[in-house]
Design a protein around this ligand. Structure first.
Ligand SMILES: [Zn+2]
Ligand SMILES: [Zn+2]
Length: 279
């Protein structure tokens, strides 16, 4: 295995509204766990306009691009030669976020290393919450989630707005969802994966699922194998940490998981360009 393969490409610091550790604390934790590279992926979501057809999640603030860039640049200097530190974002794939993105990028000089595209909310509710899952039931909740994710991925691909799809089956995070069975959602997930492969996008192995109700990453092994069978090659690993305590926690375990799905490479990103290293 290349030493460069031990990565955590999904970290929220205090630049995200729900991040609890500073970028410095996260970088120190990554180095303590012997990671070779991290990318901060702060939430990139926008306040929805008032005239939307259905409710949308309202973030408390929008990522301050200049301050964020300065913080990551400074960390890069501190850790040069010991830990690669990347500037990334987790872009919400809800329609209003994609609408707002071009204007945001035009007014900020930020150049990301990696953009994750993730869907968090449907009809204004976070998809892992019982208030979203319970009224629809698990099959209906998953169906609507994947339908919306497919719409978001298609549009993000057209805009070249993201590189990798984050926590692909996040809806299973809800305690009342129960075990996720690919067979129950096969057609829709296959459509989604074909779209991802066709657009040259990657899939993240999000290890926060090990720490949450599913007890397995987002997505699970069968889904990751299906991505590979459909021609997918780009896989990243991320802890989705909101605190330094979990940075890189399951990165080594995730490499075994990626190998078990049949991949022989993991993907590193710099300036939104993929580079493959053996695992
Ligand atoms: Zn997310
Ligand atoms: Zn996240």
């Amino acid at each position: 295995m290349s030493a460069a393969a031990l990565i955590d490409y999904h970290i929220h610091s205090t630049f995200s509204e729900d991040g609890r550790s500073t970028p410095e604390e996260c970088a120190r934790a990554a180095a303590a766990r012997s990671l070779s590279g991290i990318i901060f992926t702060e939430h990139l979501e926008f306040v929805p306009p008032p005239d939307l057809e259905e409710p949308a999640y309202v973030p408390s603030r929008v990522l301050p691009a200049g301050e964020y860039l300065a913080a990551v640049e400074s960390l890069r200097g501190v850790w040069r030669g010991r830990l690669s530190v990347g500037l990334g974002a987790e872009l919400g794939l809800e329609g209003h976020n994609l609408d707002a993105l071009p204007a945001y990028l035009a007014t900020s000089s930020v150049a990301f290393d990696l953009v994750l595209g993730s869907l968090h909310a449907v009809r204004g509710s976070l998809v892992q919450c019982p208030e979203y899952v319970d009224p629809l039931g698990p099959p209906g909740a998953a169906q609507l989630y994947f339908e919306r994710l497919l719409v978001g991925v298609r549009r993000a691909a057209e805009l070249k707005a993201c590189d990798v799809v984050g926590h692909l089956d996040l809806v299973k995070r809800c305690e009342s969802f129960g075990p996720f069975r690919l067979a129950d959602h096969r057609d829709l997930v296959e459509d989604l994966l074909r779209t991802i492969v066709g657009a040259g996008l990657g899939v993240e192995v999000n290890t926060s699922g090990y720490r949450q109700a599913p007890g397995e990453p987002y997505p699970g092994l069968e889904t990751l194998r299906l991505y590979r069978d459909l021609g997918g090659e780009i896989v990243t690993i991320g802890s989705d940490s909101h605190s330094a305590a979990t940075v890189g926690l399951e990165s080594a375990r995730a490499l075994d998981f990626v190998r078990a799905a049949g991949f022989r490479y993991i993907t590193l990103f710099r300036a939104r360009q993929p580079r493959f290293v053996p695992i």
